[in-house]
Structure formats: structure tokens, C-alpha cells
Design a protein around this ligand. Structure first.
Ligand code: SF4
Ligand code: SF4
Length: 110
């Protein structure tokens, strides 16, 4: 513990070339509306889970695209499937089904 009132985050290296991005391919094939995402962040601003945790749909989408499976696993279960993100999405993305498909694909990985 330090006494300076702050801490330094651990390094986070994204090994994009070696990460397994097959999960993203599966999810995008099952819910192609996600291709329309423009990363505007409206979903994140409206998120019920994000009000109480560090959960963030936009970040989760990025983690999936980068193949950062371990971080994705830590994040995706925080979603409560309330659907507010879907209501505000300007691109009409079926965000709840995206989350559902990620969870199903992760179950098959384990
Ligand atoms: S609101 Fe829709 S378009 Fe915007 S970041 Fe979220 S999923 Fe993507
Ligand atoms: S469905 Fe999940 S990601 Fe969307 S607003 Fe609700 S808790 Fe957030």
C-alpha cells in the first residue's frame, strides 16, 4: 500500500495478433446488427449495471473484437439484461442478444 493517495495500474498489453478472435466472429454471425455499432457510447451512458459497477457495453464490445477473452469473462456477467441500452442505441442494435450470444459462446469455450 502506498501513502500517496493514488496507485499505478498494471500494464495492459493487447496481443491482437495472437488473441483468439473467433468468439467475435461467432457473435457477429449470430447478431449481425452489431456491425452497425459506431461506438457512440449512448448504451454506456444509459446502462443500469454501469451505474453500480465498472461494466460498460461499449468496452465489452471492444474487448470481444480484440479477443481479450479473460477480461470479457470478468465483465459480461455484470449485465442485467434490462434493455435500456437497446432503447437508446441510435443504430438499432440488439444489444441484449449480443450479450446473450457472448455468454453462450463463452460457455462453450469453458
Ligand atoms: S449505443 Fe449502439 S451504436 Fe452506440 S456504442 Fe452502444 S451499441 Fe454502439
Ligand atoms: S441490458 Fe445490460 S448493457 Fe444494456 S443497459 Fe441493461 S445492464 Fe446495461
Amino acid at each position: 500500500m502506498n501513502s500517496f493517495g493514488f496507485s499505478i495500474n498494471k500494464d495492459n498489453v493487447i496481443d491482437y495478433e495472437n488473441n483468439d478472435r473467433s468468439l467475435a466472429e461467432i457473435v457477429l454471425a449470430r447478431e449481425p446488427s452489431l456491425y452497425r455499432c459506431i461506438q457512440c457510447g449512448s448504451c454506456t451512458g444509459a446502462c443500469s449495471a454501469g451505474a453500480f459497477t465498472d461494466y460498460n457495453f461499449r468496452k465489452m464490445h471492444l474487448l470481444m473484437r480484440r479477443g481479450e477473452i479473460r477480461l470479457l469473462q470478468q465483465s459480461v456477467d455484470k449485465c442485467m439484461l434490462c434493455g435500456k441500452c437497446q432503447l437508446v442505441c441510435p443504430r438499432g442494435i440488439n444489444t441484449r442478444n449480443v450479450i446473450r450470444q457472448i455468454r453462450l459462446a463463452l460457455l462453450k469455450l469453458n
